[in-house]
Design a protein around this ligand. Sequence first.
Ligand code: SF4
Ligand code: SF4
Length: 390
Amino acid sequence: MLATRESDWSEAVPQQVQAILAASELAKLIDALVRKGYEVVGPTVRDGAIVYDQIESVQDLPAGWTDEQAPGHYRLKRRDDAALFGYVVGPQSWKKYLHPAEVRLWSAERQGGTFRILNNEAKPRAPQAFLGVRACELAAIAVQDRVLMEDQHRDPIYGARRSGAFLIAVQCTQSAATCFCASMGTGPAVSEETAADLVLTELLGPAGHRFLVRAGSERGAEVLAELKTSPAKDADLHEADEGVKAAANQSRAIDTHDIKELLYQSFEHPRWDNVAARCLTCANCTMVCPTCFCTNVEDTSDVTGDHAERWRRWDSCFTESFSYIHGGSVRTSSKARYRQWMTHKLASWIDQFGSSGCVGCGRCITWCPVGIDITEEVRALRQGGTHGDS
Ligand code: SF4
Ligand code: SF4
């Protein structure tokens, strides 16, 4: 049942109309989502990083924190204001919830001469509302939608989680040194075509701490109608625009022109030896990547042999076992594995799924322990030279 509506004006807030929500009203957004049966998940500080976890109140959000990122470097720092979304993306992405790292596909027990399947994969306890989804992350969700829901092999686990999810986007008004979404066409502005139910922009200017908000769906408009909002003024729209423009001013970029052909023609490029000499094949880049989706399946049984389980776990093309087939692994060298990953991300992904597999979030740059930078690797392939670095 809908709660009492607090504003005649906001009762009529249609999709795409921009309104102002006071920062103090954000708690009511969380309450409204909880009343509608959602588990609210959002950013919070843990172990020196901004991670995603269940949010029970605004106090759980990283107020006054920002992040400093560089190749192989991530630090949280204090801001001199109380911004709730004054940072970029952390090590986790929403695939943590939509395409979890570990899922028990089924368990079974021996019964006489046969066995009985006890249960299938666990669904989330309640539909989830993701608070603080960035533009590049919406693009990553759209990529995983295509791969896991819209391709010929549909993943019912992803489908069940994704279909219930309510997405609250927050436009970036600053970017990290590792971000390059602007060059990938995925951010920092949240386009009207994305699947966001609500789109917020945090404003901290002279008019105070507040959010510019618009609904991106009917259910988003329903939630918005439960909140106390006021009409956005030109100055609010201008402040939001300036913030997003500032975030688009990024020091890293990938030149995507003919990138598929570039990668396909670079199979024998000497740069692969150069990057292989640095790559530890640790798989961090694939774990943090919001679009990587590869998994392995593992069967286990207890010592009695009466109980067995089948688990699905994230896997990575950076492990030697990933390409194991009868007779051994196909990609035994780090050169072959890095080349496979980057060629898939930027080239064969386009042939398979109709878009790039990279949304420019920069996580693989930040969380690579040796600071390998995909934008620099593309530049080196384009520049050529004996070692691909001239
Ligand atoms: S590129 Fe970096 S993060 Fe990825 S496997 Fe190599 S060393 Fe690890
Ligand atoms: S390849 Fe790197 S920058 Fe691109 S989406 Fe994955 S983690 Fe982000």
